[in-house]
Design a protein around this ligand. Structure first.
Ligand SMILES: CCCCC/C=C/C(=O)SCCNC(=O)CCNC(=O)[C@H](O)C(C)(C)COP(=O)(O)OP(=O)(O)OC[C@H]1O[C@@H](n2cnc3c(N)ncnc32)[C@H](O)[C@@H]1OP(=O)(O)O
Length: 395
């Protein structure tokens, strides 16, 4: 852990994967055809332009309607051959257009204009109420915390560093959990901003050595780790992880203390502790064998096997996997429905489930933290961290 003061390995050159539904393109980007003439031509042109400016993705169903109406308005009734059975996207578009039958072009233009006008007013009104309903909590530098629909969302917010967890971030998360346990939300959600859920402990935490030297650093880190994990053990409300992308290290291990784990199919789950000269934390030495059986837990925790979202689901670590293209929409629809369930019943049920094991979990957390305190002083750990900063190693 006695590392030179390294602040970063190289210039950031990662790339955020822009995920775009294939259905987005035609309705949003087609230029107006010269054939779209008639009484409401101007309104139609303006509506086509307004679609491009919508703040909120209207969803595939609406985009299909827009596509169909646009085609009908500009080309008339569908007369192209039906796409093959497995050409799913083009088939959906063709079906939507074909369903309009012989609807006159002018009516299609008017319907398109009406549909866009409805979308605009709902997106305007939602952006007007948002500052009140979805108020960003002040006082956090590394997190974005919002409350809406009885859900408190804690979003890790260091996307350029893959949401690696700094010491400040651990502390802010503890404060955020404390606040969420007392606010009037019914459930609390963790997620990450950007392409990663979290790359785990920020390895620069190891470079900030206090006057007491590396022993003091290891001791302080072990206390921080224990306090951090204790907050998850004791959290009284249903806790949900919305795993938007890859997750590494402690961001994976603490999932065993969550009540629901929803994952995008882009997410991966990686606990490369041996590679880093470290040992499991977050109570995973207990929760993982319990969740997935000892053999699979060993593959992850000792041999560092990285799981896909599907594998993590098969092993019980993940509750449900969603396609990345619909992940946010599906998950938040589900959570909004759950958040309306009677609050006290949910919280009492959580207590009954957790209380059986609370004491045991605290003891395991204390033991894992104590062992890690020693590990952080080992050559194996120091070499692994130095390799990361000297660009020799990446997971
Ligand atoms: C006190 C409590 C301790 C609790 C104990 C916890 C243990 C753990 O969590 S163990 C797991 C620790 N995590 C890692 O070892 C991950 C290290 N990171 C990587 O291997 C890679 O960065 C990657 C695979 C996560 C992503 O690779 P890539 O897509 O190529 O992106 P970059 O490497 O270019 O990352 C962009 C940027 O972010 C910095 N960064 C990412 N993760 C970390 C991290 N965990 N710690 C420190 N910095 C990280 C990376 O260095 C890049 O920075 P710049 O070079 O300055 O742009």
């Amino acid at each position: 852990m006695a590392l030179v003061g390294v602040s970063g390995r190289r210039a950031g050159c990662y790339c955020l994967r822009a995920v775009r539904s294939p259905l987005q393109v035609p309705a949003l980007q087609l230029h107006i055809s010269k054939t779209a003439m008639g009484a409401c031509q101007k309104d139609f042109e303006s509506a086509v332009n307004q679609v491009k400016l919508l703040k909120k993705d209207p969803g595939n169903e609406v985009k299909l309607k827009l596509y169909a109406l646009y085609k009908q308005a500009t080309e008339g009734a569908c007369n192209t051959p039906k796409p093959g059975l497995f050409d799913l996207i083009n088939k959906a578009k063709w079906d939507a257009w074909n369903a309009l039958g012989n609807l006159p072009k002018e009516t299609a233009r008017q319907n398109y204009v009406d549909l866009v006008s409805g979308l605009r007013s709902s997106s305007d009104s939602s952006s007007q109420v948002k500052p009140e309903a979805d108020k960003k909590r002040a006082g956090y530098d590394t997190l974005v915390i919002t409350s809406e629909d009885c859900i408190t969302k804690i979003m890790l917010n260091r996307p350029a560093k893959k949401n690696a967890l700094t010491t400040q971030m651990y502390r802010e998360i503890m404060l955020a959990l404390e606040a969420a346990s007392k606010d009037d939300s019914t459930i609390t959600v963790f997620t990450g901003n950007g392409d990663y859920y979290s790359s785990g402990n920020d390895l620069t935490n190891f470079t900030d050595i206090p006057p007491g030297g590396i022993e003091e650093k290891a001791k302080n880190s072990a206390i921080l780790l224990r306090d951090f994990v204790d907050c998850f053990i004791d959290f009284p409300k249903p806790l949900v992880a919305v795993v938007n992308g890859p997750a590494v290290g402690i961001s994976v291990t603490i999932l065993g203390l969550f009540d629901l784990v929803y994952a995008s199919d882009r997410a991966t789950f990686h606990t490369p502790f041996s590679h880093l000269g470290q040992t499991p934390e977050g109570c995973s030495s207990y929760t993982f064998p319990k969740i997935m059986g000892p053999a699979k837990a060993v593959e992850m925790l000792i041999f560092g096997k990285k799981l896909t979202a599907g594998e993590a689901y098969a092993q019980g670590l993940v509750t449900e996997v969603f396609p990345d293209s619909t992940f946010q929409k599906e998950v938040w629809t589900r959570l909004k429905a759950y958040s309306k369930l009677p609050q006290n019943a949910m919280h009492i049920s959580k207590q009954i489930i957790r209380n059986h094991e609370k004491e045991k979990l605290h003891a395991i957390n204390a033991e894992e933290s104590r062992i890690l305190q020693e590990r952080w002083l080992s050559d194996e750990c120091m070499n692994a961290v130095m390799d990361f900063f000297s660009r020799k190693a990446k997971l």
